[in-house]
Structures are given as structure tokens and as C-alpha cells.
Ligand binder design. Structure first.
Ligand code: NAP
Length: 250
């Protein structure tokens, strides 16, 4: 479709990604929701977008795997033939642990899922967006974490390190592709109510820690989605290589 805005959201089936998918659809984007294994959740997001009159495609792909990532972007090419925005949102954390309890396999798994995914997806996006390659430019938004700055001691230093790597990649890539019409920015959420904390072994972690947050509450996924949308959109057209800390003041 001519001039259709198209967004790919990795990990769009649940949490922050799902809220982002719905918000982009409300703002006129055709939305590709990537998911890893929870097809039911992805289908529910797709249905709610379609019920509201939006366009949506769901694609199962492990975004830490290069051939899956190629297949994901090929499907978007076939469906819409354009790409305006990539949101690198898919991410995992593992059970809370001290540093000496983190295995080599676990650390590599977290790095692959949280960092290699952004590397692989951004490479595919740049090929399609880059003005020097005939593209129309575009915007990449990385979903990092305040953990990149706190380091997450006693919980998940592997996860924090993966988000630190994402921040460095955000800055470097932004400088490298700016002249090709591509902006690269990131959001660093704080404590947000999603399923992710259950993966760390403490489903009610946000409630335990919320009194430490200056705004005295945990965040909602939609509050992160709004920051992602702004960074992706033309409203932030002079912004690149930067970060929004959406963390209630932490
Ligand atoms: P979530 O509710 O646990 O959702 C994770 C999403 O990532 C799901 O859609 C999941 O797909 C997908 N995913 C996981 N591994 C994947 C893979 N290998 N390939 C493709 N998709 C994959 O997490 P969330 O809290 O919304 O987190 C989203 C992002 O925000 C993450 O990058 C996270 O690090 C960041 N963040 C979250 C918080 C927070 O407090 N929640 C704070 C700071 C940063 P399935 O549904 O198929 O499993």
C-alpha cells in the first residue's frame, strides 16, 4: 500500500510489546507482531488490532537466530513492501541470582536474546530503510532498561550487562546511519507491571520495590509504549542517539 507506515515489533505478543503494537495501530501503522512461542497471546493482540480496523501480521521467529530474523523481515516485505519503524523490544531475564550463580550458558543465552536480536533485526531494517540503498529512511527504537545503569546487583547482572550493550549499540549505530536518514534511540523503562518479573522468580517484584520509586508506583506498559511511539514518529525528527528514562524518577 502506498505511503503505508509499517512497524515491526519484536516480542509484540505480551507486556510492553503488546501495548506498543496496539498504540502504533491506533496511530495508523500496519503492525507486524513478532513472538517466540506464545501464539495465543500474539493472536489476541492481532485480533484486537483488527477489531479496531487496523492492519496486523503475526510472525513466529526467534529473533536471536539469523535465519528466523531473515524470514521475519521477508514476510513483512511480502505483505507490505515497506518498513518505517523497527522496535527492538524482545527480551528475557532469568531467575534472580548472585553473580557467582550465573552459568556461562545462561549468560550467553541472555546476551543472544537481548543483544544479538537487536543486532540482527537492526541489520535487516537498515538494508530496507537506508537512503543510500534506495530506502526512505526510518526509525529504530531499542527497549533497553534502567538496569543498564544500576547493574542489577544480586538479581541479574547478566541482564543488566545485555542492556548496557544495547545502549552502546544505540549510540554507535545512531551516529553511523544518521546520514542515511535513519534515527536510532532507546527507552530505558524502570519497574513495569508485566509477566517479565515472574520469569525472574518474583511475580510481585514491582510492588515490593515501588516505594523506592520517586513517583511511588510501578509503571504500566502503555506508559512505555507512548515513549516508544514518540521516538519512532516524526514528532521526534531532530532526536537521535538518545535515551528516554521512563522509570518514575529512578
Ligand atoms: P514480557 O512481558 O516477558 O514479554 C516478553 C516478550 O518477548 C514476549 O512477547 C516474548 O514472546 C518475547 N520474546 C522473548 N524471547 C524472544 C525471542 N527469542 N524471540 C522473539 N520474541 C521473544 O516482557 P516485558 O516486560 O514486556 O519486556 C519487554 C522489554 O522491556 C524487554 O526487552 C525488557 O528487557 C524490557 N524491560 C522491561 C521492564 C519491566 O519492568 N517489565 C523493565 C525494563 C526493561 P512470547 O510471548 O512468544 O514468549
Amino acid at each position: 500500500m502506498k505511503d503505508q507506515k509499517v512497524v515491526v515489533i519484536t516480542g509484540g505478543s505480551r507486556g510492553i510489546g503488546a501495548a506498543t503494537a496496539k498504540l502504533f495501530a491506533q496511530n495508523g501503522y500496519a503492525v507486524c507482531i513478532n513472538y517466540h512461542s506464545n501464539r495465543t497471546a500474539a493472536d489476541q493482540v492481532k485480533q484486537s488490532i483488527r477489531d479496531a480496523g487496523g492492519e496486523c501480521l503475526t510472525v513466529q521467529a526467534d529473533v536471536s537466530n539469523s535465519s528466523d530474523v531473515e524470514r521475519l523481515f521477508d514476510q513483512v516485505d511480502q505483505k507490505w513492501g515497506a518498513l518505517t519503524v523497527l522496535v527492538n523490544n524482545a527480551g528475557i531475564l532469568r531467575t534472580q541470582s548472585r553473580f557467582d550463580g550465573i552459568s556461562e550458558a545462561r549468560f550467553l543465552d541472555v546476551l543472544r536474546t537481548n543483544v544479538m536480536s537487536s543486532f540482527l533485526c537492526s541489520q535487516q531494517a537498515i538494508k530496507r530503510m537506508s537512503q543510500s540503498l534506495g530506502g526512505k529512511g526510518g526509525s529504530i527504537v531499542n527497549v533497553s532498561s534502567k538496569a543498564a545503569q544500576t547493574g542489577s546487583p544480586n538479581e541479574y547482572i547478566d541482564y543488566a550487562a545485555s542492556k548496557g550493550a544495547m545502549d552502546s549499540m544505540t549510540r554507535g549505530l545512531a551516529m553511523e546511519v544518521a546520514a542515511d536518514g535513519i534515527r536510532v534511540n532507546a527507552v530505558r523503562p524502570g519497574l513495569i507491571y508485566t509477566d517479565m518479573h515472574a520469569s525472574g522468580g518474583e511475580a510481585d517484584r514491582v510492588d515490593r520495590l515501588k516505594s523506592n520509586i520517586p513517583l511511588q508506583r510501578g509503571g504500566q506498559a502503555i506508559e512505555i509504549a507512548e515513549a516508544i511511539l514518540w521516538l519512532a514518529s516524526e514528532k521526534s525528527s531532530f532526536v537521535t542517539g538518545t535515551f528516554i528514562d521512563a522509570s518514575g524518577g529512578l
